[in-house]
Every structure is written in C-alpha cells, then in structure tokens.
Design a protein around this ligand. Sequence first.
Ligand SMILES: NC(=O)c1ccc[n+]([C@@H]2O[C@H](COP(=O)([O-])OP(=O)(O)OC[C@H]3O[C@@H](n4cnc5c(N)ncnc54)[C@H](O)[C@@H]3O)[C@@H](O)[C@H]2O)c1
Length: 289
Amino acid sequence: MQDFSGKVAVVTGGASGVGKCLCADLARAGAHVVIADIEPARIEKTRAEIAALGDGEVLGIVCDVTKEASVRALAEQVFARFSTVHILFNNAGVGLGEAQRKIWTLPLSDWRWGIDVNVLGVVHGIAAFVPRMLEAGEEGVVVNTSSTNGGLRSLPNTPIYAATKAAVTSISEVLHQQLLREGSLLRAAVLFPGPHTVNTGIMASGEVRPADYVENAAQTKVAYRTMEDLVRTTGLKLRLTEPEEVAAFALEGVRARRFWLLPASAENDALIAARTQQILARQDPPSAW
Ligand SMILES: NC(=O)c1ccc[n+]([C@@H]2O[C@H](COP(=O)([O-])OP(=O)(O)OC[C@H]3O[C@@H](n4cnc5c(N)ncnc54)[C@H](O)[C@@H]3O)[C@@H](O)[C@H]2O)c1
C-alpha cells in the first residue's frame, strides 16, 4: 500500500505514545483515522490535535481492548461510518510494574491485566476486524505491536510483559501465513518499536488499569510519567528512541509490504542470534540473554 490518502485506519491505544504518532502520520498522509483508546479525555485531546493535520476525517472512539464486546462495538461504528477498513494497528499495550520481581511472586491480577490487554486485545482486534476486512476484498494490513523484549528474546526482569509479547509475535506469524493461504489482498505485519526503549508514557500504564484488575493501590501507582523521567530520576543508562521515529518506520514498512517491522540494530541482532544459536546447540539459557 503506497498511498494512504482516503484510506481508513484504526489505531488501538491511539491516544498517546506510538499510537498517537501513527495517527498523526496517517492523518498527514490523508487517511481517515480512528483513534481507539480506553481513556476518553486523552482521546479528545489527541483527536483535536490530529484533526488539524490533514483533510481526512478523524474519529475518537472509547474502546477497552480487554473486552470483546467493546472491540466489536468499535468495528461496528467504524464500518457503519466508512463501510471499510484498510489499516488496523493492534497497538494498545501496557507495561506492568513487575521489574525485578520474581515470577513466582507476581499477583495473578497482574498476569490477567497484561494478558488481557497485550494478548487478548490483539485477538479481539483480529476477530472483530479481519472477517470484515476480508469481505471488503480491498488491499489492507493488520499490524500487531510486539516488542523485542519477549517478542524475540526475553528480559528476565519483565516476565509478564515478555510472555505477552512472545504471544503477539506468534499470533502475527500465524495470521500472516493464514492470510497468504487465503490469497487475499489483506496482509499482516508485526511491529517491534525501537531500536531502543521508546520514550512514551508506558511506565504510567497503571493510570488506565481498570478496577477489575486492581487488588491494591500499589498496582496503579505511577512512579515515572515518561521514560525520560525514569532516566533523569534514576540515572539509568537507557538509550531512547522517540515515538515519532517508530511511527515513521512502521508506515514505511507498511508501504514496502514488509512483515517484520524490526528496526536495524546490531545490539538486538546479536541477542537474537545468541539465543537462536543456544537453542540449536541445546545449551541451557544463561541468567540473561
Ligand atoms: N515504549 C516502549 O519502549 C515500547 C517498546 C516495545 C513495544 N512497545 C509497545 O508499543 C505499544 C504502544 O505503547 P507506548 O509505548 O506508545 O505506550 P503508551 O502508554 O504511551 O500508549 C499505550 C496506549 O494504550 C492505551 N490503552 C491501555 N490499556 C488499554 C485498553 N484496555 N484498551 C484500549 N487502550 C488501552 C493507553 O491509554 C495508551 O494511550 C504497546 O503495545 C507497547 O507494549 C512499547
């Protein structure tokens, strides 16, 4: 898909971070953009900013991707308005406050929230949109957001996040293969935001954690609003990528019809290669990849 002008794009988690930048670039390129997010105030603010960027229509729709009915209602509204969808970014995702905690101590409510947003959110998007996109018979793409953490190799200090992103990579590969077998004009792709930690508000995900996943106040506590805050406050040596860069890279990959939307990084490639070689050599994992 070379030209996004007049195309219909839906971005879950579109009200901030990478999703917001995707919405902005799509709007600038003349697409009709649907910002789907759980946070109404954030949606409205973002919608006003994005609407000023292009000639396409910009809708903001409140949607909780953990709920199948909410994602189906999103699809209903979008198809009722535009009759079709060309681009779906299953981008909504949350970061868990799990760093440095042992996997056997993590509350089940953390696992449920992580899995429901990061994994079932993608599944719900596929179930609600893909049949209708196939039926429309137009050229299109479904882009699922994974992460190199889990999606390609796992950091030992984020067990839940890594597990959810491993699932997203797997789901995306299967979706790609099954769409190829359909011989349809609809394709799949998987995005690995980076190459470094992306400077978004994902550390503040606790703010949008629904009450049914909250067991204690600590689970919604936000220590750092942005990755920049984290770096400044802790002195952590973390290299940052800006979300604008991720959005531009993702849309370039969509234009080039690539499946692996994985930015070049010698550092990541070495880690992925080391893991693969260790598996093939039947060597036990080290304490960190
Ligand atoms: N920031 C990074 O370093 C990084 C790295 C790799 C992958 N990712 C992935 O990129 C994607 C975007 O994250 P980001 O960094 O832009 O974070 P972000 O927190 O800025 O944006 C995520 C958005 O998802 C929304 N959201 C959360 N729960 C939701 C729900 N139940 N239903 C609908 N929307 C919901 C939030 O309101 C927010 O607007 C995520 O899938 C994340 O896992 C991020």
